[in-house]
Write a protein that binds this ligand. Sequence first.
Ligand code: 4GO
Length: 369
Amino acid sequence: MKIKVFTLFPEMLRPMLSQSILGRAIKNGLLEVELYDIRAYTLDKHRRTDDYPFGGGAGMVMSAQPIVDAIEANTAGFSGRRVYLSPRGRRLDQRIVEELAREDGLVLLCGHYEGVDQRALDAVIDEELSIGDYVLTGGELGALVVIDAVARLVPGVLGSDESPEDESFTTGLLEYPQYTRPAEFRGRAVPEVLLNGNHDHITAWRREQSLRLTLERRPELLETAPLTDADRAMLKRLRRAEALDIPGERLELRLADQFPRQWINAFVPEAGRKAARKQCISGRRHVGFLWQAFTLGLIDGLTGDKAEAAWRAQPPEEALLFLPDEGLLYRVPGALELPGHVVLTDPDMTRTLLRAADGRRFYAAVDLS
Ligand code: 4GO
């Protein structure tokens, strides 16, 4: 990839082009960036490159002559796209960056002051691009943004460890959160799932996080992102989770996936389910759901009234609330009113719940309505 930058201030770009990944790419010949000083081409006897605007108004306008001469003198046999950086341009995004990366070369013209004489643009520019809806003092930062974004798509510029494939916009979604050592920093732990080496769980967790962040911050991206059926199901649950407004922290849905409805049915005695339904009909509801609590260890071996008495005597700090129909799992304050308890005796489910609870002691409350 060959990039020619035309600017009044070539020294503004040099430091960025000599460091880090761009510096390495240029040194290795994967990227060629040439800086041309527009002032070197002026025919004005005072070496001026700008003048007052026809029609009046504030500021100065860059003259056509030095720009057109500079570009024409240095683009013989050039094939590629000639770009002017300007807030009027088509807004740059990753799709356009991909387009630019397929060109043989790029010319980037950087304006200054109030802009460039329109006739220079008409003569030597193919397209105006904007790096965002704001005004800069010059196009140089825009040119650097284009160079940087394009360079990292040039094969070999990123090492194999730095591959662009699962990051934001390549997947059409925002990127999931990343963590590195230490496993705990200022009391904040890295999510357990990333530490235990189960790559299917890690992939699922990252996908859920990407979907969650995209839904929260850039929902419009979901309209064009390539989504699987599982993604759509996850999004439906994330949207419902938002609508429910349960007090407490929603745990990752990946964990909720481990609590199929059949499990609940298998472990809640028929009598308990019937009682739960009756209570529901008689109006004992909390945020629209009837909660049935499962205790984990704390009131081991107790059922019914005894379990409830034990719950009240030693209320848990936190509880797990699972809404099987919604596929949602919450960590809620234990002080919430939880009508009726069933002691959980199945060791597999207990282990799974405890794993979901990060090994801490929790009550699990299950919606039976
Ligand atoms: C580009 C150039 C903003 C952008 C610029 C942008 N401001 N959003 N300023 O890409 C003409 C004189 C353009 C100063 C230049």
